[in-house]
Design a protein. Structure first.
Lengths: 403, 62
């Protein structure tokens, strides 16, 4: 979260990192969308692995920390799958995320509590509630003839879906959007106050549902039992904090990338509208081409990986984009091909920490695409889309116009 | 052909049971279960798609 490098102190490169692998590449890029992925793709020319000397701002001040960065699908997947070598990174400036910041075997004990709630059958029961929310958003926009898709749709829709499922008041959607954006993408100066506010909101709803359980996700969470015992209050908070951050921002970014692409490709929209390509397949290809998560891992011991010596404590970044756009794995990987049938993308990561919400995210994306295009089948860009890099990449603006 | 799922690798992406629901289904946690180890020829193409779309490389056809 907030791994935006803000200091100018010179990075310190550890002695075991070969100097020829060190790159000053800025992973927290901000600028036009058209450069976001090509910058990353260009790193493939530098070989199988590089060391990004200023990858993360781990401490509040002082130099940024470097990290290994793998450029092939094979190595990114191996990094995600090998949780014995590559452990979870817990950012010292932010609360723990449960079960995310745990390593096996503890990780699976907590994750097993949550998997039934996010399994395909459970998620499918939410289809109508999700559809109603997207219809409401499109209805308010359709006669306006223009919008900023990021502000007007892609943040608001998943926030309404997810906070209402959690049990948070839907009328405070704008406040929750601000909190999620600030914690994930904001500056170190603005984060502490917002984090304190979110802690209060989540602990408030946890206390309420402990006393008065209802039919919502937080009520399910407070009733979890691990070996027959209720969870500690701080664990309940860490679960709800992870749900809040995971449920709002990620679907938003996936939608922004998808609509930016479709705005420029009327032939793709028409293939989807005519039924020539199923919406579910469009979702997969958008997730592949614009795989936007680049998750940190930390070496649990010394070892060999991707042809380099890794020391315990080294950070690595497992980039879904590098895995999902690897030309040795896919034909013409940097362009969308809706008819693509071989598509084992890494938008949701892989291995034991594979995104728990992936089935819900896919459903939300399919519904958003279907509902929008039923009402607004033709639209175009109305300005240049702007993007940001980092551990969770996304768009900051996407101006659209229609007649 | 025969199909197997490596339970150590499957992390519940669900691509196989989306693409070949006649042969794979989710368990209550969303991990994949093979329902027909000996794949009827009618579903062979779908099972190959499942193999090609599994991010973990957990689906094996023999």
């Amino acid at each position: 979260m907030g791994e935006i490098v803000t200091t100018t102190a010179a990075p310190i490169v550890p002695a075991h990192v070969p100097v020829e692998l060190v790159r000053s590449f800025d992973i927290g890029y901000r600028g036009p969308l058209d450069e976001l992925f090509p910058r990353l793709d260009a790193l493939r020319d530098d070989g199988r692995v590089v060391w990004l000397e200023a990858a993360m701002q781990v401490q509040p001040s002082g130099p940024a920390t470097g990290a290994w960065f793998f450029t092939t699908m094979e190595d990114v997947r191996a990094c995600y799958q090998d949780s014995e070598l590559w452990g979870q990174f817990r950012h010292p400036l932010f609360p723990a995320l449960l079960p995310t910041t745990l390593d096996p075997p503890d990780h699976m004990r907590y994750r097993r509590l949550m998997t039934p709630l996010f399994a395909p059958a459970a998620v499918a029961t939410m289809e109508e509630a999700i559809t109603v929310r997207m219809e409401g958003i499109v209805e308010r926009l359709v006669d306006k003839g223009a919008c900023d898709f990021v502000a007007d749709v892609s943040m608001e829709f998943p926030t309404r879906v997810f906070t209402s499922w959690m049990g948070l008041p839907e009328e405070e959607t704008a406040r929750f959007v601000m909190m999620s954006e600030t914690i994930i993408h904001g500056t170190r100066e603005e984060q502490p106050a917002v984090l304190a506010e979110l802690v209060k909101v989540l602990n408030g709803i946890i206390d309420d549902r402990l006393a008065n359980p209802r039919d919502d996700l937080v009520s399910d969470v407070v009733q979890f039992r691990l070996d027959g015992e209720p969870l500690a209050k701080e664990d309940l908070f860490s679960i709800c904090y992870q749900l809040f951050l995971g449920g709002l921002d990620t679907v938003a970014n996936a939608l922004s990338f998808s609509f930016a692409e479709l705005a420029r490709h009327p032939e793709e929209r028409r293939a989807m509208l005519s039924g020539e390509v199923e919406t579910a397949q469009v979702v997969e290809e958008m997730l592949r081409c614009f795989a936007f998560t680049q998750m940190p891992r930390v070496a649990r011991r010394d070892g060999e990986f991707a042809g380099v010596h890794v020391k315990a404590g080294d950070l690595a970044i497992a980039s879904g984009a590098m895995a999902s756009r690897d030309p040795s794995e896919y034909d013409d990987p940097t362009h969308t091909h809706l008819e693509r049938t071989t598509n084992r993308h890494f938008a949701f990561g892989a291995g034991p920490h594979r995104c728990l919400g992936s089935h819900l995210a896919r459903l939300e994306m399919r519904i958003a695409l279907d509902v929008w295009h039923a009402r607004i089948p033709e639209y175009r860009l109305d300005g240049e889309p702007m993007a940001f890099g980092g551990p969770v990449m996304g768009l900051s603006s996407l101006p659209l116009r229609w007649d | 052909v025969k199909v197997t799922i490596d339970k150590g690798l499957c992390s519940g992406h669900g691509r196989c049971y989306a693409l070949a629901p006649e042969v794979f289904e989710p368990d209550e946690d969303g991990f994949s279960v093979v329902t027909q180890q000996d794949v009827p020829s009618a579903f062979e193409a779908a099972v190959r798609l499942a193999e090609q779309n599994c991010p973990e490389g957990a689906v094996t056809i023999s």
